[in-house]
Design a protein around this ligand. Structure first.
Ligand SMILES: Nc1ncnc2c1ncn2[C@@H]1O[C@H](COP(=O)(O)OP(=O)(O)OP(=O)(O)O)[C@@H](O)[C@H]1O
Length: 281
């Protein structure tokens, strides 16, 4: 899969006349990397992802793929959806076939691929999401976490360059979150650019290469530690500071942590702590 560069330029978008949810939102999705989109409830994360996927047409501004603005014609949208796939927050908005394999084959069949090609894509997507053992199960018998992963498999079977995931970890227990993140890591190794919306600042700091915060109808984007360490921005966005930055900053003030990037998660913190003879982490 080749990397494509997806961007939003000056988006004005919403649902009611005169009440834009986004008003001049600009975002660059880093090709082949992980981007976390953060924001409070109702800030416009889903609206932004829907614009990027072509599902929602902005009133102004443009969604641009490799420098070419998306055209909201049938042809333009069809071409865009082969490169950019959106996975909705609620898997039940996306799963409607009798079995998992049938559901995941829906997109490739719609592309007009022959049976062998469809079968190969379905097998690949199910393996990447580690749901191959569920292939023959009825979708309505699956757990919520399984349904979320099957919904992602359906998008992956389209072999998009960019995957947009709306809160893929919301409502999952810690082991299901770990499984979902492992699946996303495999997708990225497989050549996908992964964009995830989340409220979880700790997850965003630990997972993302870049973060984008939707705030005041616009987007502020940058390196995770810079954006998530900006207390004024976090207050405006009604987000908290990630614990790793708070603890790391304090340990540095106390002279416990050396200079350099602050740890982003527990493993990073344990690695960064100085060693004491005879004490193991
Ligand atoms: N179909 C719709 N019709 C009218 N208003 C909508 C629609 N979808 C969303 N909105 C409104 O647009 C605003 C932004 O919603 P959006 O779902 O993009 O936010 P979000 O950041 O994804 O929120 P959450 O974190 O709660 O999922 C909200 O005020 C919401 O009520």
């Amino acid at each position: 899969m080749s990397h494509r560069t997806l961007a939003a330029e000056g988006l004005v978008a919403g649902y009611e006349r005169g009440r834009p949810v986004l008003d001049g939102a600009t975002l660059r999705v880093p090709a082949g990397r992980r981007l976390a989109v953060l924001g409070a409830n109702g800030s416009g994360k889903t609206t932004l992802l829907r614009c990027l996927s072509g599902a929602l047409r902005p009133a102004a501004g443009a969604v641009v793929l490799d420098g070419v603005p998306l055209e909201h014609s049938r042809r333009g949208l069809r071409a865009h959806r082969q490169e950019v796939q959106l996975v909705l927050q609620d898997p039940d908005d996306q799963l409607f076939s009798a079995s998992v394999a049938q559901d995941v084959s829906f997109g490739p069949l719609n592309l007009g691929l022959d049976e062998d090609a469809v079968r190969a894509r379905v097998a690949e997507a199910l393996t990447l999401l580690a749901v191959d053992v569920l292939a023959e199960r009825p979708t309505h018998h699956l757990s919520y976490g399984e349904r979320k992963r099957v919904a992602i498999a359906g998008a992956v079977a389209m072999r998009p360059c960019v995957l947009l995931l709306d809160e893929p970890t919301a409502g999952l227990d810690p082991s299901a979150v770990a499984e979902a993140l492992a699946a996303l890591a495999r997708l990225q190794e497989h050549g996908s650019t992964v964009v995830m919306s989340t409220h979880d600042v700790d997850l965003a700091l630990a997972w993302a290469d870049e973060v984008a915060v939707v705030v005041d109808r616009a987007v502020v984007q940058g390196a995770p530690a810079d954006v998530l360490g900006d207390d004024a921005l976090l207050a405006r966005a009604r987000l908290g500071r990630p614990w790793a930055l708070t603890v790391g900053t304090r340990l540095r003030e106390l002279g416990v942590l050396a200079d350099g990037p602050l740890p982003r998660d527990v493993a990073g913190l344990l690695t960064a702590l100085p060693e004491r003879p005879g004490v193991t982490a």
